[in-house]
Structure formats: structure tokens, C-alpha cells
Design a protein around this ligand. Structure first.
Ligand code: PMM
Length: 276
């Protein structure tokens, strides 16, 4: 059997004061731009620039604040030849970011948070990542209920989002689907989605996942008192997860540690487990 192709790496650049794992770190624009350039040099295929924290319970920034955070960063990185994606649920932010050079729209709400998103992306004619989502961060954990099974329900809801994107005029080959680890999901739900990846692969579009530093990894690695492992100590478990996903044919991986992820994928490629 031919091995799957090497997944694309989206390097995470949260230009927010409050994202759960790197909030505040890249909130100043010069620091953010330098970090984006560094991730590109380390081998990120895209730098995923986001100005709204989606950690559970987060409040939404006003649209102007989101634009002010992300647009100068997208502009500066694009001017340096770095491919950017824009992590936003807002059509207006997606439009201005693409006009400023972004090549991909990463919408964690899959078009549900802003009714103008899908038609806007169709007009912009760029790639679109539709993630599985049920509610804004302030309420999302109360939606972590899946009586028909998390894999079935996530696949059904993602199929609906795919159809909505097609109906809005987005070309099928521009669409990527993402089961949204941690969004209206418990740790158990995340593990079920990961271990049933072959069922997700039946979806009509390529797949991207973001497991990097998420709390289900912290819970897995808890100490003997049940205290979750902090974000800085979750990378080896994350690398195991992305190695599994790469071997299963995932199209893209959204990661914080670009270099470690890239090293892993290079080694897998050298072993013949992935195609160039
Ligand atoms: N997770 C976060 C933000 N954006 N986008 C996609 N497509 N998939 C994800 O899993 C995802 C995302 C939250 O994580 P962060 O705070 O580490 O950015």
C-alpha cells in the first residue's frame, strides 16, 4: 500500500492576551511577527494567526480589537513570503485578512458563528477549514453531550457544514474538515475521535486536527494526585498523537511546536511511513 502524503503543518500564532496555552506570549505585534517568521523557518506550511481566544469560558473581543490584533501580523508575514491562515469566526476579519495576504481561512465555527462567513469565503476563493463546533467558548462545555455517539454526531454535523459550504459556492477541493478536539468535547470524546480516525476519513473532505497542548493530554499525563500535566510537558504525548494521525492519512496538523512536529514527520518520511 502506498503510504499517505506528509501532512501540512499549521504553526499556531495566537495574538491574544488569553489563549490557554500561549496567551499573552505573542500579544505584542513585533514578538508575534518574529515568532511567525521563526515557525516558517522551522518548516510550518502555514502560520495560523488568531486574535480570539477559544479557551473554555473565554469572552469574545470586539471585531475592531480582533482586526487590530491580527491584520498587521498577517500583512507583515505575507510580505515576507510566509503563507498565513487566519483563525477567525468572523467574515469581516476573514475578508480583511485575505485582502492582506492570508491564503486560508480557519473557522472554528464551521460557518455557524457568522452567517456571512461561507458566502464571503466563496467570493474570496481561498481554502476553508470548517471545524466541528456547537457554541461559543463561554457555553461550549455544556454541549459536550452525544447520545448517538461522538463519532457519529461529529461526522453528521461536519457533513452538514460541508454541504453548507458547497451550497454557498466554496469549491470542494478548497474545503478541509476538523473534528474540533476540545470544543464541546470531554477528554474521552477526544480520544474516541482520535482512535476512530478511520471513520472520520469517510467524510467528504480532507482532515486537519489540532491536539497540541490541549487539556486532554494534560489529563492523560496527570500525576499521582490527579493534577494534570502543565502545557510545557505535553509535547511527547502530542507527538505520539500526530504520528498516529499522519500514519492514518491526515491532511493537516495545527501545532505549537513546529520544529518537533516537523522532525517527527521527516523521520516518518525517511522510514517510508509517509510520502514526500
Ligand atoms: N483549536 C484552537 C483554536 N483554533 N482551529 C482548528 N482548525 N482546530 C483546532 O483544534 C483549533 C483551532 C484552540 O487551541 P489554541 O488555544 O491552542 O489555539
Amino acid at each position: 500500500m502506498t503510504p499517505p502524503g506528509r501532512p501540512k503543518i499549521l504553526g499556531i500564532l495566537n495574538v491574544t492576551p488569553d489563549s490557554f496555552s500561549d496567551g499573552g506570549l505573542w500579544a505584542d505585534q513585533e514578538g508575534a511577527i518574529a515568532r511567525g517568521l521563526a515557525m516558517s523557518a522551522e518548516g510550518a506550511d502555514f502560520v495560523d494567526v488568531g486574535g480570539e481566544s477559544t479557551r473554555p469560558g473565554a469572552e469574545r473581543p470586539p471585531v475592531d480589537a480582533e482586526l487590530e490584533r491580527v491584520i498587521p501580523v498577517v500583512e507583515a508575514l505575507s510580505a515576507e513570503g510566509v503563507s498565513c491562515s487566519i483563525d477567525t469566526m468572523r467574515a469581516e476579519v476573514a475578508r480583511v485578512a485575505v485582502e492582506s495576504g492570508a491564503q486560508l481561512v480557519n473557522d472554528v465555527s464551521g460557518g455557524l458563528a457568522d452567517s456571512a462567513m461561507l458566502s464571503t469565503v466563496a467570493t474570496l476563493n481561498v481554502g476553508y477549514i470548517a471545524m466541528h463546533w456547537r457554541a461559543h467558548s463561554a457555553q461550549m462545555q455544556q454541549w459536550a453531550v452525544y447520545p448517538q455517539g461522538v463519532v457519529n454526531e461529529v461526522c453528521a454535523e461536519l457533513t452538514d457544514r460541508y454541504r453548507a459550504a458547497i451550497n454557498a459556492g466554496i469549491a470542494p477541493e478548497l474545503i478541509t474538515l476538523d473534528p474540533g478536539l476540545g470544543f464541546a468535547k470531554t477528554a474521552e470524546h477526544n480520544w474516541l475521535l482520535l482512535s476512530h480516525f478511520s471513520e472520520l476519513k469517510q467524510l467528504p473532505a480532507r482532515l486537519l486536527l489540532g491536539a497540541s497542548r490541549k487539556s486532554f493530554l494534560g489529563a492523560l499525563l496527570a500525576d499521582k494526585h490527579g493534577h494534570p500535566r502543565g502545557v510545557a510537558g505535553r509535547e511527547s504525548a502530542h507527538l505520539a498523537v500526530i504520528s498516529w494521525l499522519a500514519s492514518q492519512g491526515v491532511w493537516g496538523l495545527r501545532v505549537h511546536d513546529v520544529q518537533a512536529s516537523r522532525d517527527l514527520l521527516l523521520a516518518m518520511t525517511r522510514l517510508g511511513a509517509l510520502n514526500e
